[in-house]
Design a protein around this ligand. Structure first.
Ligand SMILES: [Zn+2]
Length: 528
């Protein structure tokens, strides 16, 4: 199915001239039979010789230098982040890319100015006590609403075992919801943020969560919902208050939260290559921000440096398709850069992005080569990605297998920057070498390293500096990144074309329900 040489992978160019552009040893370009050579594979393989670990490492040294000069980190909104972005942008601009930035908002701080109020106004007049009957959910919007409460899919009487309630987890739970009412939502199963998102989409004027009701799950639970843009008051009540509000139809409450979030601003960096058809974009991204605790050299200087070096080496190569490199801001705060970027695209702009490759941590000290499980062959966690994701995973598998390098799947849960892409039907894939997870005996036997120890012992810690890089993994995976990027820059034949007509055709099929929420796969979400 691959493009063959005689069909002309890149119009007007021969393997020999492209080999020159790539400084490819000519021996590599002299196949036994020119009619069967897989040109994208040849060119992509050539690029793996161009992208070298030691050059990728130079970018990492620069990121370390930037962190050291800026308080030890490169976190969103910090001077270390801005300096990292300036460094990458300068390199790409000089190489001939058209660079631009897009704005990203993130919550800087949240403050509550006076205690929240929860009162039942009908059928009874009752004031609930803040701190014992209910608490404010951190990141709640401010507001003072008096409205009828509407119970959404609660399990009453309360269940025996945790996560029996799926209240508000599905859009369908809100089918009969009357806009303007306050949603009363039982804890259970899915993250609170999903429940509140569904409530907002249904037109709720506020949200009262209540604890699920099993032993140990009855008090009002204090937590941060992280998402700060709901714009309505959100509180968490005890099971008793929840049941009290649920017991008679027409119950009306006053719900007041006096709080506000101060919004910070940062940027994504986007770089478009000068080659290729405008309507066919191969997009490759990595988050450029670190956590405030450290320099973030593995997480995610490694992915950023690898795609930067790939971009620099591809700058002069006339690819068939346009390349777009993204350096995301505020990933560590919940995929905010990629989420806001994708949300800002029109449908036509989304359709042009034929696929998205994501690289978040590719040089972990105690690494495993994990490939995003786009085809769900592991049958674990989230399902398969949008059509084309399985083919991306297969391309990486083929790459590593051909070089006798091991790999295994990692759940395609949408919790790095590819999340917003797959939620919008854009196929995706990528490599991940592990975070705080523990290496198994089997993995140590297969990949080397230390069983029983984390893949990255410095994950989200101050020690994630330049010494926290596995040079062999950096070299190996940077080459795989260069391979996949170059391959797709010439050959998208395995990736479905999602134009308007194709979408209309598949509109009858129910869309996959994918929420991009929470943080990168390595963070805990608010308690479910
Ligand atoms: Zn990361």
């Amino acid at each position: 199915m691959r493009l063959k040489f005689r069909r002309g992978a890149a119009r007007g160019l021969t393997v020999a001239t492209m080999a020159t552009a790539l400084a490819l040893p000519l021996a590599l370009t002299t196949p036994a039979s020119a009619s069967t050579v897989d040109v994208p594979d040849v060119l992509a393989t050539a690029m793996t010789y161009q992208v070298k670990g030691k050059n990728v490492h130079k970018h990492l040294e620069k990121f370390q230098e930037i962190a050291t000069a800026n308080g030890g980190n490169r976190a969103a909104g910090s001077p270390g982040y801005d300096a990292s972005l300036a460094y990458v942008q300068d390199k790409l601009r000089r190489a001939g890319y058209t660079t631009s930035t897009t704005d990203v908002e993130f919550p800087l701080s949240w403050e509550e100015f006076s205690p929240a109020v929860l009162q039942q106004t009908a059928p009874e007049a009752k004031t609930y006590t803040v701190g014992t009957d209910f608490v404010t959910v951190h990141s709640s919007g401010g507001g003072d609403v008096t409205a009828e409460v509407q119970v959404v899919d609660a399990v009453i009487p309360t269940p025996e075992t945790p996560n029996t309630s799926t209240a508000g987890c599905e859009d369908a739970d809100f089918a009969g919801f009357v806009p303007g009412r306050i949603a009363l939502l039982q804890r259970g199963t899915c993250p609170f943020v999903d429940k509140a998102t569904n409530a907002k989409e249904a037109g709720a004027a506020g949200v009262i969560f209540f604890n699920e009701g099993q032993p140990g799950r009855t008090d009002p639970l204090e937590f941060d919902i992280v998402e700060w843009r709901f714009g309505f008051p959100i509180v968490m009540a005890s099971t008793a208050v929840g049941l009290d509000l649920a017991d008679s139809p027409g119950t009306t409450v006053r719900l007041k939260v006096d709080a506000a979030t101060t919004v910070g601003r940062t940027k994504n960096l986007i770089a478009d290559s000068r080659w290729g058809k405008k309507g066919e974009i191969v997009m490759v991204g990595a988050h450029l921000d670190s956590v405030p605790e450290g320099a973030g050299i593995n997480d995610n200087g490694s992915g950023s440096a690898a795609i930067l070096e790939t971009a620099l080496k591809l700058a002069k190569v006339p690819t068939k398709h346009k390349l777009r490199f993204a350096f995301w801001g505020a990933e560590e705060l919940g995929l905010l850069g990629s989420e806001q970027y994708v949300a800002g695209l029109s449908q036509a702009e989304k359709d042009k992005i034929r696929l998205y490759l994501n690289f978040d941590m590719v040089a972990s000290p105690n690494d495993v080569t994990f490939l995003y499980d786009g085809d769900d062959s592991d049958a674990e966690g989230a399902g398969a990605g949008p059509a084309g994701s399985a083919e991306i995973e297969k391309l990486f598998e083929k790459y590593y297998a051909k070089r006798s390098l091991g790999f295994e799947g990692t759940d395609f849960d949408g919790r790095s920057d590819y999340g917003p892409f797959i939620a919008n039907g854009i196929p995706s894939g990528g490599i991940f070498t592990g975070a705080e997870g523990i290496k198994t005996e089997e993995q140590a036997a297969k990949f080397g390293g230390t069983a029983g120890a984390p893949y990255d012992p410095c994950y989200h810690a101050a020690c994630d500096g330049i010494t926290n890089i596995n040079a062999a993994a950096l070299e190996r995976n940077s080459k795989a990144i260069a391979y996949a990027t170059t391959f797709y820059a010439y050959d998208l034949s395995t990736i479905p074309d999602r134009n308007a007509a194709a979408r209309a055709k598949s509109a009858a099929a129910p869309a996959a329900h994918a929420h991009a929420h929470g943080k990168d796969g390595k963070h805990a979400e608010p308690a479910k």
